[in-house]
Design a binder for this molecule. Sequence first.
Ligand SMILES: [Zn+2]
Length: 181
Amino acid sequence: MPTVITHAAVAVAGGIAFGPRDVPHHFWPLAILCATLADADVMGFSFDIPYHHFLGHRGFFHSPFFGLLLSLFLMGVFFREVELLSAKWFFYFIFFFFIAASHGILDALTDGGLGIALLSPFTNERYFFPWTPIKVSPISVQAFLSKWGWSVFKSELLWIWLPSFTILVLARIIRFVAVRN
Ligand SMILES: [Zn+2]
């Protein structure tokens, strides 16, 4: 995985870049939840769920399908006041889905561990993209505080933070120009 902080940064950058100005307060914690929840599956190791299992780390909870269910759930619980199937409803629904799906996709760009079950629950096959520039983050905190952790963070800065920030700035410029004209 890229680190939890980096997944969360993608959610925040996406929200600033594309979100409406009047997002409710609970939008931000929910966006960060969507980006990071998948890694709760590491708890499976404590319950002897093997890495390659359907519910193992990088399994079903890392799939875009789970992202879809999560997004629907959040809409049903936290956005009931938004008119169903309105443009606003679709924005939040698609945003949460994309942010949740971004987790598995970013993980599939990392260079270690088992692949990601991107097509789960239809197949438990694990995938990486052919190009994996992001250094995989260690699961243990102790290992993260080592030289390994630093090289992970550097690769995340380059391959995730920098593109996210660039997209954020471009999106804001385009919106600023669009509003003025
Ligand atoms: Zn992950």
